[in-house]
Design a protein around this ligand. Structure first.
Ligand code: DLL
Length: 442
C-alpha cells in the first residue's frame, strides 16, 4: 500500500483524494490548473498560439472560474497537429502512444510519460475498486488491445489494483466463453454491447449466462442506458457499473461508478476539471444539473496536457454521492455528432434503446437506418430490431406498433419499425455502430 492511501470504507482502501473535502479538492484543482495552463503554454506551440490569439495568459487564471476565459481544444486541433505536435515532452520521454481509429479523417494520436501511465493505472484501479472489484479477483478483459486505450488501459488498472488479469481482448466470442467457463473469472470488462454478444452466444450454446462465475462487470466506451444495465444484470446475474473515458483526455478511468449507489460515474476531479457548455453556443458555461457538452481540462498530464477539450458527449454534472467531493456525470445521452435530426426533431440511439427495452417482446439488438426514398425530400428513419426468441409473428407485429407509437409520443419522431429475426443483425465486437446513414451523399 502506498503512503497516499488510507483506510476508508469497510472492505476497500481508498486513495486519500477520494475522501477529501470539496474545498480541499478545489484548492488542489486550482494549483494544478495554474500549473497545467502555464506548462501547456510554454511547451506546446498550439496552446501558445491559441492563448495569444484569444488574448489570455496563464497568469490570468486566478480562480477556477477563470478557466472559461481560455480557448477550447477540439479533435480537429489534434488532427492538424498529427502525429506528435501536441506533445509537451521530448519523444524519448514518451513511454507509450495510443491512437483513435480515425473513422472520420486522420487518427488522433495521444502520448503518455511513465508518470502519466502510473496515474492512468491508478485512476482505472480506483474506478474498478469503486465498481466492486477487489485485489485477488480474476478479471476477464474483453476490451480491445492495441492502439485503442480500452484494452491496455483496463489491463494496467486491474494489475495496479492487484487482480489476476486475463488479457483476452475483444472478439473470438466462442473462445471468450470457453475461458469464462474454464478460468472462472469474477469480473468482466467489455463494452455493454459486446457483453450482450457474449451472453447471446452462451444461450446459443445452451449455457445459462446467469450460471457463470462472473459477479461484476465494468462497462463503457459507448453509450448505454439503465434499461441495458437491467438487461445485462438479470441475464448474467452480475452487478454492472459504468466506466467512462476518452483517449484525448486519458482513456478509460476519467470517471467510474460506485457499485453501492449505481448512480452515474464519479469524475476523478483531482486529475480532471470538467465543465458543461452549451454545444450550440460554446461560450456559455452551464451550471451543475444543466444538460450540455462535456469539456475537460487535464490537471496532471505531462505528455499531452489538454485544455478545455470539447468531448462532444452530451450529459450533465451532478453532486458527488459515494465520493462526495467528486461530481458525477449523468448518463451520456449521446454524442453531438451522433445526433439524428429527423424533420427538425433531435434523436439519439440511446432513446430508442430505452424505449425498446421496455417492450418485453423486443431484444436490445437494433440498428437505425436513415434513408431518403426516391423522389422524396424527407428523410426516413427505420428502426430494425430483433424480436426475442420466444415471440410469435403476431407478437412481433404488436411490438413493432408499440415501439413506433412510443417513439412518436416520447421523442416526437415518425419512423418505420421492422422487427426482424433473432440473430439477423450485426453483433458487436467492441463499440457497436447503431446508425447506418444510407442517404445519397450530397
Ligand atoms: O472509449 C475509452 C474507454 C475504454 C472508456 C474502455 C471506457 C472503457 P475513445 O475510443 O477515445 O476512448 O472513445 C471515447 O467513447 O467520448 C464517448 O463518446 C464514448 N464513451 C466512452 N465511455 C463511455 C461511457 C474510450 N461510459 C468516446 N458511456 C467518448 C458513454 C462512452 N459513452
Amino acid at each position: 500500500m502506498t503512503q497516499e492511501t488510507v483506510a476508508a470504507t469497510s472492505d476497500a482502501v481508498l486513495d486519500r483524494e477520494e475522501t477529501i473535502s470539496r474545498d480541499e479538492l478545489e484548492a488542489l484543482q486550482l494549483s494544478r490548473l495554474q500549473h497545467t495552463v502555464a506548462y501547456a503554454y510554454d511547451r506546446v506551440p498550439l496552446y501558445k498560439r491559441k492563448f495569444d490569439e484569444t488574448g489570455v495568459h496563464p497568469t490570468d487564471l486566478r480562480e477556477l472560474a477563470d478557466l472559461a476565459k481560455f480557448p477550447f481544444t477540439t479533435k480537429e486541433d489534434l488532427r492538424l497537429e498529427y502525429p506528435f505536435g501536441m506533445f509537451a515532452v521530448p519523444q524519448r520521454e514518451v513511454a507509450r502512444i495510443h491512437a483513435s481509429s480515425g473513422t472520420t479523417g486522420r487518427a488522433t494520436v495521444v502520448g503518455y510519460t511513465k508518470k502519466d501511465l502510473a496515474d492512468w493505472a491508478k485512476l482505472v484501479a480506483r474506478s474498478f475498486r469503486a465498481s466492486g472489484v477487489r485485489p485477488g479477483m480474476k478479471v476477464h478483459n474483453a476490451y480491445g488491445y492495441g492502439l485503442f486505450t480500452g484494452g491496455m488501459g483496463a489491463h494496467a488498472g486491474a494489475e495496479a489494483l492487484g487482480c489476476t488479469v486475463i488479457p483476452i481482448s475483444g472478439g473470438q466470442t466462442e473462445r471468450q466463453i470457453t475461458l469464462i467457463q474454464d478460468f472462472e473469472p469474477d469480473v468482466i470488462l467489455a463494452t455493454p454491447t459486446y457483453l450482450l454478444t457474449i451472453a447471446d452466444a452462451m444461450v446459443k450454446q445452451g449455457i445459462d449466462p446467469a450460471s457463470t462465475s462472473l459477479k461484476y462487470a465494468v462497462l463503457g466506451a459507448e453509450p448505454w442506458t439503465e434499461e441495458m444495465r437491467h438487461e445485462l444484470e438479470v441475464t448474467m446475474n452480475i452487478k454492472a457499473c459504468d466506466i467512462y473515458g476518452l483517449s484525448e483526455v486519458m482513456g478509460p478511468g476519467v470517471a467510474g461508478e460506485a457499485v453501492e449507489t449505481q448512480d452515474g460515474s464519479h469524475i476523478w476531479e483531482d486529475h480532471f476539471r470538467p465543465e458543461i457548455i452549451d454545444a450550440f453556443n460554446p461560450s456559455v458555461v452551464l451550471g451543475d444539473g444543466e444538460h450540455g457538452e462535456l469539456v475537460f481540462t487535464s490537471l496532471t498530464k505531462e505528455a499531452l496536457p489538454i485544455i478545455r477539450y470539447r468531448t462532444k458527449d452530451l450529459t450533465r454534472l451532478l453532486p458527488g454521492t459515494a465520493r462526495p467531493a467528486h461530481r458525477r456525470m449523468g448518463r451520456i445521452t449521446g454524442r453531438s455528432d451522433d445526433m439524428i435530426i429527423l424533420r427538425g426533431v433531435n434523436l439519439f440511439p440511446s432513446q430508442i434503446e430505452e424505449i425498446a427495452l421496455r417492450i418485453p417482446e423486443l431484444s436490445p439488438h437494433f440498428q437505425l437506418e436513415l434513408t431518403r426514398p426516391e423522389g422524396q425530400r424527407m428523410d426516413q428513419l427505420t428502426v430494425k430490431i430483433e424480436r426475442r426468441e420466444s415471440v410469435t409473428l403476431a407478437g412481433s407485429a404488436a411490438a413493432a406498433k408499440a415501439l413506433q407509437q412510443q417513439i412518436k409520443i416520447q421523442v416526437g419522431s415518425t419512423c418505420r419499425v421492422d422487427v426482424v429475426e433473432p440473430g439477423s443483425l450485426e453483433r458487436s465486437n467492441g463499440k457497436l455502430r447503431r446508425i447506418y446513414d444510407l442517404r445519397p451523399k450530397a
